[in-house]
Design a protein around this ligand. Sequence first.
Ligand code: ZN
Length: 150
Amino acid sequence: MSELSELYQEVILDHNKRPRNFHVPDGANRHVEGFNPLCGDHFTIYLRVEGDLIRDAGFQGAGCAISKASASLMTDSIKGRTLAEADRLFAQFHGMVTAPGDEVPDLDALGKLAVFAGVREFPMRVKCASLAWHALHAAIQQTGESVTTE
Ligand code: ZN
């Protein structure tokens, strides 16, 4: 576990301990269940979408610190965005966690989400960090009610 301790930066620890939006939002009208069998992470992402705007977002479920912190930070950062903006953020986040390790993340676009850049060094953890985002992407594209990283 020692290699992982470097990943567990303050923000991730904080969001794991006190996850934001850890509930089903009132009036949620889209949800997608995400499962990462490799780690056992299992979350459902909920959105309240009005027109093309994400009015509210939340999540439920259980998983490792990285997957939970990622869902927490994700729901925080997509509230109030349009579906197109949130999907663009998904692409940017996914690009960051799958980019070569020496590539500097786009801090202007990603903000706090850049704390997950460190998972690039740990391929198994990339799935933990991106699970909630894959569920979000499916909820935006309405491609189904569940996603799996495998
Ligand atoms: Zn995990």
